[in-house]
Design a protein around this ligand. Sequence first.
Ligand code: DC
Length: 227
Amino acid sequence: MPTKTPPSIIAIDGPAASGKSTLGLKLANELGYLFFDTGVMYRAVTWIALDHHIDIMNEKAVTALAENSPIDVVPASKSDGRGCDVLVAGRDITWETRLPEVDANVSVVSAYAGVRAALSQQQRRIGQRGEVVMVGRDIGTVVLPEADLKVYLDATAEERAKRRFDELTARGAKVDYDDILAKVSERDRIDSTRDIAPLKAADDAVVVDSNILNVDEVFERVLNLCK
Ligand code: DC
């Protein structure tokens, strides 16, 4: 029987904390592909703005940062739980991009048209090289509509908040579930109602419900779609 080659460009979209990065990294490792989590680029711009004390509501200034900051996303250099390294002008800001103040502001930054234009263009260039698993909100709809396989990973806000709570608690953080749920819901609201590239499944995406599947089951399901 002829063996089918796996899809070269794989897009995984879905809401915050739906398990996209875990799935994407596992899949990329399995296929020997590049793993590219596009959310880290929006996070990097947000962190740079906060670090420079730039008002997040100042769209012009934040957009200029997105257009001019040398942001690099490269394979992980350390095994400390990161999926990739995020570098700004050579400085490793991987964990800074996960700070709560970045979480709280990144949806506003990622709704700016100029920020999206600057970052999507870089993402598209990397994605078009192929052999890539690209994770985000608009990969299958806007960045790479020609992707060979599109997956939309979904779960309820309650389930995603629970996972985020467990993850943070395991790292020793003192967090409140209701607070996390409120933040996840607010990010969903901003991400899915923005004018440009709102979060939604592409018409030709395979929707995978991770409420009823655990990490391994989601992985097996998507790996089967690749074979
Ligand atoms: O997946 P994440 O939580 O790291 O994403 C951070 C933010 O970036 C989130 O508010 C949505 C936004 N984002 C986006 O608008 N488009 C993408 N392709 C990836 C992320």
